[in-house]
Design a protein around this ligand. Structure first.
Ligand code: AMP
Length: 395
């Protein structure tokens, strides 16, 4: 795997695809600079070598050129994070941009305008990619969040840098951490899958069945399994067209010696609300009019016991409706157990959408081994797919 450590960037123009798709408030100020922080080590290494940095990114989903999606809004924050004044140009291809790039001095950073102001970016247009390629000597991909898209700047552009292309530090650590779970994992390996629906996790379950020893299932998808096994789930979330599939997964797991751990009790509520009446009930004995919105205390103990035995832990999806205080306990306890296992030497990876929000909300992000920055990209890797943005660098 070629990373920026394999190059010396002295006098070189590094064309870096970053993911600066950051949230802005109504005054167009950046409200969360995590994605900019995440690209900082890569940018600093190139500047330290004595190179020039050309940053390209998308922001939002603009339809043509729209001022509110201009990357000019983020220049103050990028400058603040990097500790140097970043230059900006209001286009990302063409003569004017090429001229500005040619005048760039070593140690300087130029941010290009939103790539998605051109439809050619998302179309993966080869001519557009070629125009982008004129802006750099070495192509660096550090945009894990868009690595699952075969867009011009994330994938197609790489072919114009046959030997001068590499991963930035963020991409490299994302790939390494997933490999630590799926390829070079220390046993026993545990995957914790929560969230709302079985249907959105089925690709992951099928891929990891060959790679893990234990699977903990929580969250809304619990009830599809419980109903499939003949349990009473009241008004809990269920996918009736996935009952067969749930049984097939259980069978497959059994044949592969993978132990599936389902909740045994649940916090049930008489409405989908934090103000609902709540009580603890066996997970397969939920009365009509009630729904399971979190795992119960016995389940917490059981799940923590499994987690403590494992050396590699993947966590995707909350085990309850953690956005509501009364149904957050299971997810918090799970986070505690993972943090403790990590302290005892386990490798823990948290990724994919809502579980990242949960670890941040409950401040576990520093207590696990790695928190992935890419929702969709991470999910696709867990499904065993080769991401186009990664393949383009490896080829
Ligand atoms: P996902 O995007 O599939 O990871 O799903 C995350 C969502 O699942 C969160 O918004 C949770 O509130 C929701 N969720 C977790 N547990 C349950 C449950 N028991 N019933 C309904 N939704 C749930």
């Amino acid at each position: 795997m070629k990373t920026i450590n394999d190059f010396n960037f002295k006098d070189q123009k590094a064309l870096i695809r970053v993911d600066f798709n950051v949230p802005l408030n109504e005054q167009f100020q950046v409200t969360d600079a995590n994605r900019i922080e995440a690209a900082k080590p890569t940018i600093l290494k190139i500047l330290k070598d004595g190179g020039k940095v050309i940053l390209m990114s998308h922001l939002g989903r603009p339809k043509g050129v729209q001022d509110k999606y201009s990357l000019k809004h983020i220049v103050p924050m990028v400058s603040k994070v990097l500790g140097i004044q970043v230059k900006f140009i209001d286009d990302c291809i063409g003569e004017k941009v090429e001229k500005t790039v040619s005048e760039l001095k070593n140690g300087e950073v130029l941010l290009l305008e939103n790539l998605r102001f051109y439809a050619e970016e998302e179309d993966g247009d080869i001519q557009f990619a070629e125009k982008l390629s004129k802006l750099g000597d070495i192509y660096v991909n550090d945009a894990f969040g868009t690595a699952h898209r075969a867009h011009a700047s994330t994938t197609i552009v790489a072919q114009f840098f046959p030997s001068k292309k590499c991963f930035g530090y963020l991409m490299a650590s994302e790939i390494e951490s997933i490999d630590k779970v799926l390829k070079n994992s220390e046993k026993p390996v545990l995957a914790i899958l929560g969230g709302a629906k079985v249907s959105s996790k089925i690709g992951i379950i099928e891929n990891i069945l060959d790679k893990v020893d234990h699977i903990i299932i929580g969250g809304g998808m619990t009830f599809t399994f419980i109903k499939a096994m003949g349990g009473k789930i009241g008004n809990s979330l269920v996918e009736d067209d996935k009952l067969e599939l749930a049984l097939e997964i259980m069978e497959k797991a059994k044949s592969k010696n993978v132990k599936i751990h389902l909740p045994i009790d649940a916090i049930i509520a008489d409405s989908f609300s934090n103000d609902a009446n709540i009580r603890v009930e066996d997970v397969d004995n939920i009365p009509d009019g009630w729904m399971g919105l979190d795992v119960g205390p016995k389940t917490n103990v059981g799940f923590s016991f499994v987690i403590a035995q494992c050396k590699t832990i993947l966590w995707n999806g909350p085990v309850g409706v953690f956005e509501m205080k009364n149904f957050a306990k299971g997810t918090i306890e799970l986070g505690h157990a993972i943090a403790e296992a990590t302290e005892d030497g386990a490798f823990s990876l948290v990724g994919g959408g809502d579980s990242v929000a949960a670890v941040k909300q409950f401040k576990f992000d520093k207590k696990v081994s790695y928190v992935s920055t890419g929702g969709g990209a991470m999910l696709e890797m867990l499904e065993g797919r080769v991401l186009p943005g990664i393949e383009a660098i490896l080829n």
